[in-house]
Design a protein around this ligand. Sequence first.
Ligand code: FAD
Length: 358
Amino acid sequence: MKVAIIGSGIVGLSSAYFLSNSAEVVVFERRYPLYGASGRNTGGITTMLGNKELIDLAKRSMKIYDDVQGEVNFNFLFRKDGYLKVAKNDIDMEKLEKEYYLQRSAGLKVREIDPFEIKNMIPGFNPKSVAGGFYGEGGVIFPWPVIWGYEKGCKARGAEIKPQTEVSEIVVENGEVKGLKANGEFFKADFIVNAAGAWSNEISRLAGVSLNNVVIKEEICVLESLKPFINPYILNVSNGVYLSQSARGEVVGGIVGKETNELNTSSSLDFLIRYAKGAVEMVPSLKGLSVLRQWAGVYDCSRDGMPVIGETEVKGFIQANGLGKHGMSIGPAVGELISEMILKGKSLNNFSPNRFQS
Ligand SMILES: Cc1cc2nc3c(=O)[nH]c(=O)nc-3n(C[C@H](O)[C@H](O)[C@H](O)COP(=O)(O)OP(=O)(O)OC[C@H]3O[C@@H](n4cnc5c(N)ncnc54)[C@H](O)[C@@H]3O)c2cc1C
């Protein structure tokens, strides 16, 4: 069985990793494996998500990250110091509380935490900046070694990864995929997996399939190093500002992105001003630190916030996209589902692309 995977982000490589023990797998990457959102994110890993299906994917992904690190012998620098969601007002606290009950019923160890306890956890945190928060398992993974490690593992299992190879055509005959064209060359395939992230709508069009995912642009930056004092990953759900600190002390953070029509990764001064205000409000000791690097990335989100995973009306054309803001938290398990669907015929009703057709 020949499987062509388009995109070498976390979804494409996780799919390739699981598939390549039993199938002939080629991963096509237009640029290089860290080019997409999987090489541009802050690596916040959480199971504290908004519904049972996403929580299950995130729980499974945490386990897969641990397994793959061992199997491939590659350190993903996964620090499990917890994930903290804070809110500035009572309305947002009520939303977090609803999620909290759902998360507890799904078996997660989550607890409410008051602003002064947050200050005890993170010296220098301004307790007046938030109304409260919820703290649970998770932490920070370093996205680059994740992608490098997965590449190593995929190759060891026999998959081929082709960087600088842009898919420009998908060949469909009688409602069934026959293969694709990349850099002018034809590759035969029984299955084509669309793991192209923010570019998934374009890839779907090549197969004559409609996919209406929202494209989000998100900006982030790195501040100069301070002796590590911010252990958990912090997300302020009221203004979207998030931050964490790397093992070498750099403060990495951004603001949850907005829908865009342009697939560009330019950076803006406006972002820096808004981020500086939100970050310094929560952690005043960040004031005056220099910005070392600034960048942006694009990712896709389905219209209902659930990933799009499954076969389309074109036989053999598989969607594996729409993961949204928590793609690194759920991506490994999405890859596993893709392989179970292709190799074992497992049906994935909750995530099916057909749910948008009615
Ligand atoms: C700034 C930022 C911060 C984020 N923070 C977090 C976080 O803290 N935690 C979290 O869980 N998630 C986070 N995310 C989201 C997460 O990064 C994404 O959901 C996830 O990486 C998407 O992975 P993917 O494999 O679907 O797509 P990508 O990683 O984008 O991979 C798609 C690949 O497809 C390739 N491609 C496109 N078109 C073609 C073509 N025609 N031919 C061949 N290849 C093609 C692209 O070059 C790209 O490499 C963040 C994202 C951004 C941008």
